[in-house]
Structure formats: structure tokens, C-alpha cells
Write a protein of this length. Structure first.
Lengths: 365, 196
């Protein structure tokens, strides 16, 4: 009897509170339909109450976001001209004074509660969501895979070599949230009906675990893109490409572009890896070097093992810069790698005389 | 039931029986959000409000639902559910109707739902057999005491921000030592009034 009573009491207390919250949710937290006017031309109507980022995504407008709306990557900045309330403390660390003056907000933190007027870069209208199926999964090393996705709907993608897409990791056993993660396009932008991504395994990484442990040939995947302002600039300067690890991806795409467009600028590619296993796509890079007269490829290992029998350069990409670049004043550099690698490399490049405005980089987290 | 005036309980909860400095409850947000005076003040106000309100709510739930059914042993679960639901509700109301207050306080609300000081006060209320007036005073006093403590800590932390701290003690380490010293100082108040 006591058991029944206690169960009944607990249940009814919980039920009363639950009903109260449900009522509150539908009456108090109901903001009705809100209109978002984008760049003074496009208007979309959405159900109020959720973040600007997800409201826009529902309206098929994709703002880049690598962290999935947690307010930690600061990719999803948009200009909010009207509506949206004051800037939240969660956004402040990511906004500069200039951005605050320009009404820049993190769209994942800013909630839609009233009609809004916003401004986004024009090229984001070009961003679409793509359905694709897995055509190839290739092991480049024990921890790095190359993924080829054949596009189904839409059937073609237009992008600039060096840009990235966001791959959606769905729910799977052990993962209870859908997330989007950014990966650079590694394939040639002349191939419009498929894309290739290079994905390294990160233990407990939601998306990398999905790709490495769950994804099979023929599976359907979703991604959106392309995003990013990391692409080859049209100048006469010598090109210096620098990457480590999976930072190979956008550089590979740029190499395809150099070949397809027969760009005659002198090019050096410094690629750093830990051991011989991590030195991915070596043969392909050598064949690029054979086909492209102006390209020189410099691989470097930071920790070669005895069995690697490595006779090439040892150290980091910054050591290559010291060794092979003498005068950088007429050079232009494209960097791709971790935050630490970018910081140290930018320093080394500046010492060699490459002007800061000619150094472009894509930071991987 | 002990015969102590609610006013005495109010002041005792602030000074002699301070939630943080004599019971060491509510530590996590106390350490995490005490870097700046302004945010500390916001959090302190939120804690005070939630403490006072949930203590009263839980008083009624305990005495008018749990006691008649002889289900006192369920108080842990029930108190937590009530606190969580209440905080959710307040957050929604603030966000909709008083946005300014929401931006000042509301963002702290989810942080303190699971704050042990909040549950602790409700449980002390039961253990010490307070009346309604005494419970209200105890809830309010504990909240004020919490605010006082976090403001003091934030003030100290702001002062020593530029000072050199041994590597291993940076951040939470030195903060815990500071809290320990503050607790010793507050020990000076003990014995003035006794409420337990």
C-alpha cells in the first residue's frame, strides 16, 4: 500500500509540474511567427523561439558553424540590424570592438523572438544542403581515411579549391546528438558530381567516429557548403603551400586547380607528418610533381621511426621554411593545420619576408 | 521546533551559518563564476531569489503533501524536481516578459538548478523543523550570505589577478585556499547566535 501511495504521490507531483511547464512552454515561450529579412531582399518566415542559426537552417540558408551551436567556434557571425536583443555574455569573448559596433552577433546564441533584419555574405546564398552517397572509403593511413561522396541531390556542386563543407553526423549507437563538423574539400573543383574529404580519427570525436567506425559504402550522408575564404588568390607571386596531417585536404584541391588551370606560378609544397605512416598520399604528390614543372614537393617527418628508413628531412614545417626559403618578399603562403602550427609557421614566414597580408590560412581544431 | 525569532535566523544564516563558509555547500558555481564582481552580483541575486522561493515552495510541498502521506523519505527527489521545474518556469517567464532582467540574471538560472546550496537549504529547513516564517528567513538569509561570500571572493580574486601565483596553484587551487581563509575569518562570528 505504501508503495502504491508513494508512487502515486511522486507521479502526481511530477505530472503537475510537467503540465505546468508544458502550458508555460506553449503560452509563455510561444513567440508566434517571426519574419527575418535578409540583406533587404529575401524574407523568410519562421517559428520564433529558437536560435537564429537553426531558424535560418530551417529556411535552407546555411550559416557556417563548426561547433554545432555551442558558441565556441565563432564561425556563425552575422550582422543583426534589427531585433535580437542585446549581446549576450556568451558572445562577448568572440566579438571585437569593431564587430560590436557593426552589430555582429553569433547566430547560434541570438534567439529569434521578433521580426529581424540581418545581413549575411552574399555567397552564403550559394550554400546548399546536399544529399550524397558514399562511393569510396580508402585508408590513407591507419588513422586517416579518404571519403568520396557521390552527389545525388543537388547533383552538382560549385566551389573554390580550398573551401570546406559541413558534414552531418547523424544519431548512432553511442551518439545522441546530431552535429555538423567542418571538413575541407580535397577533390578537384573541376569534378562537380562528387567530393572527397580527408578525415582523421579523433578518439571520441562524434563525426570522426561516425566516419571511421559506422559509415559503409552506399550509405547516404548529408552535408552543406561550400564555405570559407581560404582559396588561391590570382596574383603573380610565388606560391608556398604548407600543411600538416589532414591539412593536406584543401592543399590537394588547390594542386588540382593549379594543374587544371595550367597556372604557371612557381610553387613549393611543404608537408609535415609524424611518421612515415602519416605521410599520406605520397605517390600522388610525387606524380603531381612530375606533371607540374613548377611544383616542388618537400615532405618532412617530425618523429621518423627506425623501420621507416627515412632519409629525407626531419623536423617540422618551420624547419623546412628555414632551410628552403631564402627571400620571401615575392611569395604568397597558404597554410593549413592546427592552431599551434599556424601560429609558429606564420611567425617563421614573416621572418623570411613574406608580407602578412599575403599569408592565408585555414585553422583546424 | 526551536523557538528562535526569524530575524535571528536571517542574520545567523548570513554570518554564523553561512552556506558556503560554514557548510561548504554550493561550491561549484561559487568557484567558477567568482572572477568578476558584476557577474558574481548577478549570480548572487539569482541564488537569493531561487533560494527564497524554492524554500517556501518546498515548505508547502513537504508539510502539505509529503507529511500527510508519510512520505518524508522522498523529500530528496521531490525537492529536486520542484526546484528544477521552478527554475525552468522562472527562466521562461523572465525571458518573455522581463528581457532586461533575463539578460542580467536569467543566464545564471540553469547554472544554479543543481546547486547543492539550494537543495541544502530545503533539507536544513526540514531537519531543523523550521516554521514557515523561519524557513522564509532562513532561505533569504542563506541567499544573502551566499551573495556576500561570492562578492567578497570576487573582490579578492580581482585584486590578486595580476599577482604571481605558483604554477600549480593557479585558478581553482588558490581560490580554494582563499575560501579556506575566508571561512576561518567567518569562524569569528560563530557562537554569537546558535540556530542548530
Amino acid at each position: 500500500m505504501t508503495i502504491l501511495i508513494s508512487v502515486a504521490v511522486i507521479t502526481s507531483i511530477a505530472a503537475v509540474l510537467a503540465i505546468m511547464l508544458t502550458l508555460a512552454n506553449s503560452y509563455i515561450a510561444n513567440y508566434g511567427e517571426c519574419r527575418i529579412l535578409i540583406n533587404n531582399e529575401k524574407e523568410c518566415v519562421t517559428e520564433g523561439g529558437s536560435s537564429l542559426l537553426s531558424s535560418l537552417r530551417d529556411s535552407q540558408i546555411f550559416i557556417p558553424s563548426a561547433c554545432g551551436g555551442k558558441g565556441s567556434c565563432a564561425y556563425c557571425k552575422v550582422k543583426v540590424l534589427e531585433g535580437g536583443g542585446p549581446v549576450l555574455p556568451t558572445e562577448l569573448p568572440y566579438l571585437s570592438e569593431q564587430e560590436l559596433k557593426d552589430h555582429v552577433r553569433l547566430s547560434c546564441q541570438c534567439k529569434v523572438k521578433e521580426d529581424m533584419k540581418i545581413e549575411i555574405p552574399e555567397e552564403l546564398f550559394n550554400v546548399k544542403e546536399y544529399k550524397a552517397c558514399v562511393e569510396k572509403i580508402q585508408d590513407l593511413s591507419p588513422t586517416i581515411k579518404l571519403l568520396r561522396l557521390k552527389l545525388n541531390d543537388p547533383a552538382e556542386i560549385t566551389f573554390k579549391a580550398g573551401q570546406y563543407v559541413q558534414l552531418k553526423a547523424p544519431l548512432y549507437e553511442g551518439n545522441e546528438e546530431e552535429v555538423y563538423r567542418a571538413y575541407s574539400l580535397a577533390s578537384s573543383n573541376a569534378d562537380k558530381d562528387y567530393i572527397e574529404l580527408i578525415i582523421g580519427y579523433v578518439s571520441n570525436g562524434i563525426c570522426t567516429t561516425y566516419v571511421h567506425k559506422h559509415l559503409k559504402l552506399g550509405d547516404e550522408v548529408l552535408f552543406n557548403g561550400p564555405y570559407g575564404d581560404f582559396y588561391l588568390r590570382d596574383t603573380d607571386r610565388e606560391i608556398v603551400l604548407i600543411a600538416v596531417g589532414t591539412g593536406m585536404a584543401p592543399i590537394r584541391s588547390i594542386l588540382y586547380q593549379i594543374e587544371a588551370e595550367a597556372i604557371q606560378r612557381k610553387t613549393s609544397y611543404f608537408f609535415g607528418a609524424r611518421t612515415l605512416d602519416d605521410l599520406i598520399l605520397s605517390e600522388e604528390m610525387r606524380s603531381f610533381e612530375n606533371r607540374l614543372q613548377n611544383l616542388k614537393y618537400y615532405p618532412v617527418l617530425s618523429r621518423p621511426r627506425v623501420e621507416d628508413q627515412w632519409t629525407g628531412d626531419v623536423g617540422r614545417v618551420t624547419d623546412l621554411i628555414q632551410r628552403y626559403i631564402t627571400d620571401g618578399s615575392n611569395m604568397e603562403a597558404y597554410l593549413c593545420g592546427s592552431k599551434a602550427m599556424i601560429e609558429s609557421t606564420v611567425g617563421a614566414l614573416k621572418e623570411k619576408g613574406i608580407p602578412e597580408e599575403s599569408i592565408y590560412y585555414d585553422k583546424f581544431d | 521546533m526551536i523557538e528562535v525569532s526569524p530575524i535571528v535566523i536571517l542574520f545567523a544564516a548570513i554570518f554564523t551559518n553561512n552556506m558556503i563558509l560554514s557548510n561548504f555547500l554550493g561550491m561549484c558555481s561559487f568557484i567558477a563564476i567568482s572572477k568578476e564582481l558584476n557577474t558574481s552580483l548577478g549570480l548572487g541575486q539569482a541564488v537569493t531569489f531561487v533560494l527564497t522561493a524554492t524554500t517556501i515552495l518546498n515548505y508547502f510541498v513537504y508539510h502539505y503533501v509529503l507529511v500527510p502521506f508519510e512520505l518524508e523519505y522522498l523529500r530528496f527527489i521531490v525537492f529536486i524536481i520542484v526546484i528544477a521545474a521552478f527554475v525552468q518556469l522562472v527562466e521562461m517567464i523572465l525571458e518573455r516578459y522581463i528581457p532586461n532582467l533575463y539578460y542580467a540574471l536569467g543566464i545564471f538560472l540553469p547554472l544554479i538548478t543543481v546547486n547543492c546550496a539550494i537543495l541544502g537549504v530545503s533539507l536544513f529547513m526540514v531537519i531543523r523543523q523550521y516554521t514557515l516564517m523561519q524557513s522564509m528567513a532562513f532561505g533569504l538569509g542563506s541567499g544573502l550570505g551566499w551573495t556576500l561570500a561570492i562578492l567578497a571572493l570576487a573582490g579578492i580574486r580581482q585584486k590578486i589577478k595580476k599577482n604571481k601565483v605558483p604554477k600549480g596553484l593557479e585558478g581553482p587551487g588558490i581560490t580554494l585556499i582563499i575560501i579556506g581563509l575566508m571561512a576561518l575569518a567567518f569562524l569569528g562570528f560563530s557562537g554569537i547566535v546558535q540556530i542548530q
